[in-house]
Design a protein around this ligand. Structure first.
Ligand code: LMR
Length: 328
C-alpha cells in the first residue's frame, strides 16, 4: 500500500513538472536562487545607473527573491575594454555599454555615432525600435551576445578648456572619445586629436591635461564632475549616446523560461521609464552645471551650427560606402 502511495506521488510530481517547466516563484526554494551580475561604467545617479537599480529591485520583488540582479556601477567590476569580453566569457551576465563601444565587434554600430544625423530622440527611437534595430542585434549573435533592450542617455555636448564656437577652435585639441572609429573621424574632421579612453580614466586624464576636451550628455559630465575641470561647454547636441542592454546569449537561453519572461517583461517597463528619465535628467543636470557657475555654457547660432554640420555631415556618405546604403 505504502509503495502504491509513493508511486502515485512521484507520477503526480512528474506530470506537474513536464507540463509547465517553469514553476511559480513561490514554490522555488532559496537554494535555487538565480544571481545575475550587472556591470556598468557610470554612476548610480545617471539614467543608466538608476534604470539598472530599478530593474533589479522590480525583478527581486516580482520573483519573490528568486532572481537577484546584483548591480556593479562605476566600473567597479569591469571597465571599458574589459566588460565585453567578460560577458562573452560569462563572468558577468549583463552589461549595458554605449553602442559606440560595440563598434569593436561590428562597424554597423557606427550608425548611432553619426554626427548631426538624428534630428531628435524620436528619430533615434524610430531607428532602434524598427528593422535596423533588429539587424544591429543580429550583428552580435556570432559573438554569443544578445541585446535585450535599448536605453538612452541623450545628445552630447562638447566640453573643453577653451570656447568651442568655430570649427577652427578645435584645432590640435586632444579630445577624449569612446572607442569608436566614427568618433575618431569626427574629431579629425574638426582638426582635433581623438584619444580613445575608458570612461573611468577620463577624470584623471583631464586633471593631468592628457586630454583637453570630452563629449558626453550633461548627465555624464555632471555625475562624474568632468564639468569642474572643463571651463566651457558648447550645447552642440551633435551626437547621440545610448546603450544596448547585453547578455551572454547561451547563458540567457539556459535560463528557466519563466525567469526570462519576468526579466523581459520588467525590462520592457523599465526601458520606457528609463527613456523618459534620461531626457528629464539631462535637462536637470545641465541646469545643475549652469548653477555651479564654474563652467561657461555656449549656445551656437544657427550659422555656427551650420559650419559644424557642413564639416561633419559627409561622414554619412563615408559610412554608407563602408557598411552599405541598405543600413540607411
Ligand atoms: C562614455 O564612455 O563616455 C560613456 O559611454 C559612458 C556611459 O556608459 O555613459
Amino acid at each position: 500500500m505504502r509503495k502504491l502511495l509513493i508511486l502515485i506521488l512521484v507520477l503526480a510530481f512528474l506530470a506537474g513538472g513536464c507540463q509547465t517547466p517553469a514553476r511559480d516563484f513561490e514554490q522555488v526554494s532559496s537554494q535555487e536562487k538565480v544571481i545575475l551580475k550587472f556591470s556598468h561604467v557610470v554612476g548610480d545617479n545617471t539614467p543608466k545607473g538608476r534604470a539598472a537599480r530599478r530593474w533589479a529591485q522590480l525583478v527581486q520583488e516580482r520573483s519573490r527573491g528568486r532572481v537577484e540582479i546584483q548591480v556593479f556601477p562605476n566600473s567597479t567590476l569591469y571597465k571599458d575594454g574589459e566588460e565585453l569580453a567578460a560577458v562573452q566569457k560569462g563572468y558577468v551576465q549583463i552589461i549595458a555599454p554605449a553602442t559606440s563601444k560595440l563598434t569593436e565587434f561590428s562597424p554597423v554600430w557606427q550608425l548611432l555615432d553619426l554626427p548631426f544625423y538624428y534630428e531628435d530622440i524620436d528619430a533615434v527611437h524610430r531607428l532602434l525600435d524598427g528593422p535596423v534595430g533588429e539587424k544591429l542585434k543580429q550583428s552580435l549573435f556570432a559573438r554569443n551576445l544578445l541585446v535585450l533592450a535599448y536605453w538612452d542617455n541623450g545628445f552630447k555636448v562638447m566640453a573643453a578648456n577653451r570656447p568651442l564656437v568655430k570649427v577652427s577652435d578645435f584645432r590640435d585639441l586632444n579630445f577624449r572619445i569612446m572607442n569608436s572609429p566614427m568618433l575618431a573621424k569626427q574629431f579629425r574632421r574638426l582638426g582635433a586629436n581623438p584619444v580613445a579612453m575608458a570612461f573611468s580614466d577620463v577624470y584623471s586624464a583631464l586633471e593631468k591635461g592628457q586630454v583637453e576636451g570630452s563629449e558626453n550628455p550633461p548627465s555624464n559630465l555632471y555625475s562624474k564632475k568632468f564639468y569642474q575641470l572643463q571651463k566651457y561647454i558648447t550645447l552642440s547636441n551633435h551626437g547621440y549616446v545610448g546603450y544596448a542592454v547585453v547578455v551572454n546569449k547561451s547563458q540567457w537561453e539556459a535560463l528557466d523560461q519563466k525567469i526570462r519572461q519576468l526579466l523581459l517583461d520588467t525590462l520592457q517597463e523599465v526601458t520606457i521609464w528609463e527613456r523618459q528619465e534620461a531626457f528629464k535628467q539631462n535637462l536637470e543636470d545641465l541646469e545643475r552645471i549652469r548653477r555651479a557657475q564654474g563652467t561657461k555654457i555656449i549656445e551656437l547660432t544657427p550659422e555656427q551650427r551650420k559650419e559644424w554640420q557642413r564639416i561633419l555631415m559627409p561622414l554619412r556618405e563615408e559610412l554608407a560606402q563602408e557598411i552599405g546604403e541598405d543600413w540607411f
